[in-house]
Design a protein around this ligand. Structure first.
Ligand SMILES: Nc1ncnc2c1ncn2[C@@H]1O[C@H](COP(=O)(O)OP(=O)(O)OP(=O)(O)O)[C@@H](O)[C@H]1O
Ligand SMILES: Cc1ncc(CO)c(N)n1
Length: 265
């Protein structure tokens, strides 16, 4: 039996709902062997972030080297990157280890409003990392920052997707979590056609780590050799079940339910 191997390069969320913890849980649920390279340690719970400790860039490089030279990486994702120096090291290591299946979740701000990427690093994402990616998965505010557009209509989102593709990425999913529309509609574009993924919008406060979980599920699918579209469809089903069956933990934005998808099968 071949075992699919996925690496997450992201921040640690002590609360277990987002970041590295959400990614590893998602990999495991989708039967993919999960590995991690931690960029920053956050002290965080469902109410917010109380501390951020960025790791030295060399520590990130060493973690990636350690797993890539021994266990092997079929697909990788990035989440919280924290600063430009760490971003540079990630780009270098992705090239060096020929990681061709790369999902970039351009994490900028936590749901609680705390910055997870220094502001001066936002533009560097476009230059350093996005051109190396198979797919990027911005939420609406992130897509607005990356394109400089305001994205109120589907037509505007389509135009933004085209502009993001011009940065050299193979495909884009602009997530629709941050609206009050009745359905949560994500827009997929791979340069050929636009496709949408829709789910009912659940009126819940337990949406901490939805983006991390979604991008981790895409990474798991790619690691298993699925086509990108197949991986994105499964990821949408995974996150929809995880939001549909909340765990009701914590006093704020609680985590999603990472085992709900398995139970729905
Ligand atoms: N209330 C909701 N009901 C149904 N689906 C949702 C809801 N909120 C988010 N989603 C879905 O979850 C996925 C993640 O989208 P979202 O826009 O929330 O990501 P995000 O803001 O990057 O998340 P986070 O920063 O918390 O990790 C998308 O598929 C989106 O459509
Ligand atoms: C560590 C970490 N990464 C990503 C997010 C975005 O949800 C978060 N809240 N925390």
């Amino acid at each position: 039996m071949t075992i699919a191997r996925a690496l997450t390069i992201a921040g640690s969320d002590s609360g277990g709902g987002a970041g590295i913890q959400a990614d590893l849980k998602t990999f495991q649920e989708l039967r993919v062997f999960g590995m991690s390279a931690i960029t920053a340690v956050t002290a965080q719970n469902t109410l917010g972030v109380t501390g951020i400790y960025e790791l030295p860039p060399e520590a990130v490089a060493q973690q990636i080297d350690a797993v890539a030279t021994d266990l092997g990486v079929d697909a990788a994702k990035t989440g919280m990157i924290a600063n430009i120096e760490i971003m540079e090291v990630i780009a270098e290591k992705v090239r060096e280890h020929r990681i061709h299946q790369l999902v970039i979740d351009p994490v900028m701000i936590a749901k609680s409003g705390h910055a997870l990427l220094r502001e001066d690093a936002r533009d560097a994402l476009k230059r350093l990392l996005i051109p190396l990616a198979t797919v990027i998965t911005p939420n609406l505010p992130e897509a607005e920052v990356l394109t400089g557009m305001s994205l109120n209509t589907m037509e505007q989102r389509k135009e933004a997707a085209k502009r993001l593709l011009d940065l050299g990425v193979h495909a884009v999913v602009i997530k629709g979590g941050h609206t009050d529309e009745e359905e949560s509609v994500d827009l997929f574009y791979d340069g050929r056609e636009f496709r949408t993924l829709s789910a009912p919008r659940f009126h819940t406060r337990h949406t901490h780590g939805t983006g991390c979980t979604f991008s981790a599920a895409i990474t798991a699918g790619l690691a298993k050799g699925e086509s990108l579209w197949e991986a994105v469809k499964t990821a949408k089903a995974f996150i929809t079940e995880a939001i549909r069956h909340p765990l009701d933990l914590g006093k704020g934005h609680g985590p999603t339910n990472h085992w709900a998808y398995r139970q729905s099968k």
